[in-house]
Write a protein that binds this ligand. Structure first.
Ligand SMILES: *[C@@H]1O[C@H](CO)[C@@H](O)[C@H](O)[C@H]1NC(C)=O
Ligand SMILES: *[C@@H]1O[C@H](CO)[C@@H](O)[C@H](O)[C@H]1NC(C)=O
Ligand SMILES: *[C@@H]1O[C@H](CO)[C@@H](O)[C@H](O)[C@H]1NC(C)=O
Ligand SMILES: *[C@@H]1O[C@H](CO)[C@@H](O)[C@H](O)[C@H]1NC(C)=O
Ligand SMILES: *[C@@H]1O[C@H](CO)[C@@H](O)[C@H](O)[C@H]1NC(C)=O
Ligand SMILES: *[C@@H]1O[C@H](CO)[C@@H](O)[C@H](O)[C@H]1NC(C)=O
Length: 478
């Protein structure tokens, strides 16, 4: 009996200890649950009573008193310069924007929630300032950021990446050595300064430095700096505007190699064509070919530059100027060829003159020679006469001995001398005549053409140098 009582007591004890043990276990578990209870993001949301459809957070500007404007600070960094289309005056940057503002309904004690100090949640859950960019002409194509981050003090941060297709007035006067400044003006779409005050969170030097570090691609452009200007709300708009001005410089090397230098090559070809002989049509066709080649380059230029630039770009002046100079040299060549042609026509005329003169020469020659013949005949006759008179063999010159013959020979000698003089005269005359002809042989007009060519070459080289100097000085001054 006692034994039985003791056994049941033992069992009871055992049972009791088991129960207390399990109770302690349970207590331990419930403690753990309660300590992890506030460690989830959802706990924070539950604490804030924030759901996807809670209108308190998503519908209205989050202020407890409507008179207090929401201070929005904006940070804009340039991530890439994707494209610049001069023809359409389009500028496509990839920018990185961060907006920060205070939501007065959000706050929690981070110590109550396992030290959670920030929560990310779907972007549509919270109210956001409706910032827009004045210059934007197309909706951005980059996917909108899905999440928005809030912290325990109620500060909300919204990151967004934008591929902006914006309009920008390009100044192409100095193309391809131009520096472009494109504005991105951020402002609220519908709120005035009573509701939203905008302020930049970086100054210009910080924005420039950060953008330089972030910059991924710059296309053909070299990023120079990013200027931030805050314009406080003024009467007509009553809105704060932050203007970010992106300054960038074109990398001109490719344009120099592909455009400016070839034009100079054509110009030097044109200059070298002065070495080609003027007669013949090769020079003319060569010059026309070079001129046409320049026209092709001009057509390319037409496709790059916008028609809207009210100041004629220097590069167009450069092209047209060189085209004009080459045209001038072409016209000069045509003129010179015309002069030469004129000369060849007059040459034909002089040829006729020449034949006349030759006829005359022949006549005179005949005359002279007939004179000479007669003279000789005559002298021979006298000789024969002296021979017959003196009866001496003709081998022994009778002239020396005979008085008669001597007289005659003196006459003969005088005649001979006259004939020689006449011959000499004829020679000099014909020489003179020939000389006159030789002088006229290259033609008066050819000489004029040569002179025109020489003068024009000097003029042309001077013009080209002055023109190029003017253009390059204009290009180099900032
Ligand atoms: C968990 O949050 C509630 C309020 O939602 C708070 O009363 C409680 O003390 C918190 N628990 C701990 C362990 O911090
Ligand atoms: C958000 O909280 C995480 C973890 O506590 C921290 O690493 C991060 O820096 C916080 N972010 C911001 C923006 O406060
Ligand atoms: C950019 O904004 C500044 C400041 O408002 C203004 O002076 C400048 O003319 C603007 N530039 C262009 C290209 O619109
Ligand atoms: C921009 O801000 C930095 C730090 O905030 C400061 O050191 C610098 O002087 C500022 N620059 C200008 C131009 O205000
Ligand atoms: C940005 O660069 C332009 C051109 O070099 C210069 O005129 C301007 O002063 C610069 N702005 C700043 C903030 O450095
Ligand atoms: C614009 O307003 C801010 C305060 O919101 C002030 O600090 C700043 O000096 C003002 N700037 C101008 C140009 O009035």
């Amino acid at each position: 009996m006692l034994k039985a009582v003791m056994l049941t007591g033992l069992f009871f004890l055992l049972f009791l200890t088991g129960v207390t043990e399990s109770r302690e276990e349970q207590k331990h578990i419930s403690d753990e649950v309660s300590s992890e209870q506030n460690c989830s993001y959802q706990a924070v949301l539950n604490h804030l009573k924030m759901t996807r459809t809670n209108e308190l957070y998503s519908m209205t500007r989050p202020v407890r008193n409507y008179r207090r404007p929401t201070q929005v600070s904006l940070e804009v960094l340039l991530f890439a310069i994707l494209d610049v289309v001069e023809k359409d005056q389009k500028f496509i940057p990839f920018v990185w924007t961060v907006m920060r503002w205070h939501n007065e309904y959000i706050s929690w004690d981070r110590n109550q929630f396992c030290g959670i100090d920030n929560v990310s949640l779907p972007a549509e859950t919270l109210w956001k300032p409706d910032l827009t960019i004045e210059e934007m002409i197309e909706r951005d194509k980059a996917p909108a950021t899905l999440y928005i981050t809030m912290n325990d003090k109620g500060y909300v941060e919204y990151h967004n990446d934008l591929v902006l297709v914006s309009t920008c007035r390009m100044r192409v006067y100095k193309f391809p050595f131009d520096i472009q400044k494109c504005n991105l003006s951020f402002k609220s779409f519908s709120f005035t300064i009573k509701d939203i005050r905008l302020q930049p969170s970086d100054n210009s030097s910080e924005a420039t430095e950060w953008s330089r570090e972030l910059m991924r691609t710059q296309y053909e452009w070299l990023f120079i700096n990013l200027t931030v200007i805050a314009i406080n709300g003024t009467k007509p708009l009553d809105q704060d505007v932050i203007v970010y001005t992106i300054t960038m410089q074109r990398r001109a090397a490719l344009y120099i190699v592909n455009f400016l230098v070839p034009v100079l090559f054509f110009l030097s070809l044109d200059l070298s064509s002065f070495l080609i002989a003027d007669n013949g049509n090769e020079k003319l066709s060569f010059k026309i070919t070079v001129l046409l080649a320049l026209t092709v380059l001009q057509l390319i230029l037409n496709e790059i530059l916008p028609a809207s630039s009210n100041r004629i770009p220097l590069i167009v002046i450069y092209c047209i100027g060189i085209f004009g100079l080459m045209l001038l040299s072409l016209v000069e060549t045509i003129f010179v060829m015309y002069l030469m042609d004129k000369d060849s026509v007059s040459q034909d005329e002089t040829d006729q003159d020449g034949s006349l003169r030759e006829d005359y020469n022949k006549h005179s020659k005949v005359h002279f020679s007939s004179c000479h013949d007669e003279l000789q005949k005559w002298t021979r006759a006298t000789f024969v006469y002296t021979v017959s008179a003196g009866e001496t063999p003709p081998e022994q010159l009778p002239v020396v001995k005979q008085d008669n013959g001597c007289k005659l020979t003196e006459e003969y000698q005088a005649l001979e001398r006259l004939s020689d003089a006449l011959k000499e005269m004829e020679k000099t005359l014909s020489l003179l005549l020939h000389n006159r002809k030789d002088e006229e042989k290259p033609g008066y007009w050819t000489r004029v053409a040569k002179r025109v060519n020489r003068v024009f070459l000097i003029f042309y080289v001077t013009m080209v140098s002055v023109f190029l100097a003017c253009i390059f000085i204009n290009w180099s001054i900032p």
